[in-house]
Design a protein around this ligand. Structure first.
Ligand SMILES: Cc1cc2nc3c(=O)[nH]c(=O)nc-3n(C[C@H](O)[C@H](O)[C@H](O)COP(=O)(O)O)c2cc1C
Length: 384
């Protein structure tokens, strides 16, 4: 049983603490995935299909873990994937995560379904910022988010392309998870037995989705499941022309989040994207989908010299990051690796999770005989 932050040494430890601290509908919203959750498990297991081959005696006292991504130098080859509803996990939500991104000098990803506004993040944080855009049917809403990102000096927009419909997240159906959370018979006991969370939710800043509130009722007033939100609000006709149109309006770095095939990676280059996140949304959309790591080498071979390839999903250890970089990813990103920690202990939790991963990256790079991320290559890997 983990009941203190200082007992947490890895993602699983933070997960155990988050499970204790959160009412079950909220915990399962973070932890769960689609259908049988095969892809969720596969995303991490994929890293076990190969082993690292270290080199020794290379004088590794001083090493450089920085990489350059979408025109920005970041201190770590790891950043915060955009995730929704963060003030439900801890009352500091996005503010806690952005503070840690700033401390570590890496990208902060903010979701269209964030609980803090683009303006606030733009004004208060100088770390590189990427805004995740869900393309809604309401073009006025899409345009307002893009304009807001421009006015607030965001560095990049990541359009999520893997949520054309909502994934079948059965845990959310069972717990009755909605945004905002709804008290019903099923969830009552869980909220009542987590009074800290419940009091914070009731008496601190009101829950809001500021990016949406002027456009859709679901911004604040009515409760809706995330699956229903995707199915009713997002544009199921989104296609490559929609991406080209948004790229023209945006005019800065564009990333496509949720690319899994070589064919789509090549189209991303054609449409003018500067990066892709090889991702299956952490297994929350198409269960049975391939893992990002398994697709990485084919995608890097096809477009790695033209576009930044990011490996998103399944990352739980520094060694996972080293493996993805060895295959040719420019950087890695993740959601649950920091969300469990956010739920467990707010900013202190996220900072500890990131510090542990940073230490794992540095220690493992030294053990691999690598002075710089550039030293990592496929020669460092043996596939079984
Ligand atoms: C609780 C939660 C909320 C998420 N919300 C979003 C979102 O709003 N937009 C998005 O593009 N991806 C979202 N994602 C997916 C993440 O950006 C990322 O792709 C995924 O978490 C990677 O898998 P990992 O959790 O194994 O690292 C979410 C993931 C989780 C776990």
């Amino acid at each position: 049983m983990f009941n203190r932050l200082k007992d947490c040494y890895n993602t699983n430890d933070f997960r155990s603490l988050a499970k204790q601290r959160l009412p079950s509908p909220i915990f399962h919203y973070i932890d769960g995935a689609a259908d049988d959750e095969i892809t969720l498990k596969q995303n991490t297991r994929a890293f076990e299909k190969c082993d690292l081959i270290p080199n020794v005696l290379r004088g590794v006292k001083d090493i450089d873990t920085s990489v350059s991504l979408m025109g920005k130098k970041i201190n770590l080859p790891l950043f915060f994937s955009p995730t929704a509803l963060q003030r439900l996990f801890h009352y500091d939500g996005e503010r806690a995560v952005a503070n840690v991104a700033e401390k570590f000098g890496t990208f902060f990803g903010i979701s269209s379904l964030a609980t803090v506004s683009i303006e606030e993040i733009g004004e208060n944080y100088s770390c590189p910022k990427i805004f995740q855009l869900y393309v809604h049917k309401d073009k006025g809403l899409n345009d307002s988010m893009i304009e807001n990102c421009k006015e607030n000096n965001f560095d990049a927009i990541a359009i999520t392309v893997d949520t054309i419909v909502g994934g079948n997240r059965e845990r959310d159906l069972r717990t009755g998870f909605t945004s905002p959370p709804k008290l019903n018979l099923k969830s009552f006991l869980s909220f009542a037995t987590h009074p800290n969370w419940s009091l914070n939710y009731l008496f601190r800043e009101k829950f809001e989705l500021p990016q949406l509130q002027d456009y859709v009722q679901e911004g604040t007033n009515i409760t809706i499941s995330i699956g229903d939100y995707f199915n009713t609000m997002l544009d199921q006709n989104m296609n490559w022309d929609s991406i080209a149109e948004i790229n023209k309006k945006w005019g800065k770095h564009l990333c496509l989040k949720g690319i899994m095939s070589v064919e789509d990676a090549m189209k991303a280059v054609d449409v003018g994207a500067s990066a892709i996140m090889v991702s299956n949304h952490g297994g929350r959309q198409l269960d049975g989908s391939c893992s990002p790591f398994d697709q990485l080498s084919d995608i890097v071979d096809a477009v790695g010299d033209k576009i930044d390839v990011i490996c998103d999903g399944g990352i739980r250890r520094g060694s996972h990051i080293l493996k993805a970089l060895s295959v040719g990813a420019k950087a890695c990103s993740g959601g649950r690796m920091y969300l469990y920690a956010l739920a467990a202990a707010g900013e202190a939790g996220v900072e500890r999770a990131m510090r542990l991963l940073q230490e794992e990256i540095e220690r493992n790079m030294k053990l691999m005989g690598c002075k710089s991320v550039k030293d990592l290559g496929r020669h460092n890997l043996k596939f079984r």
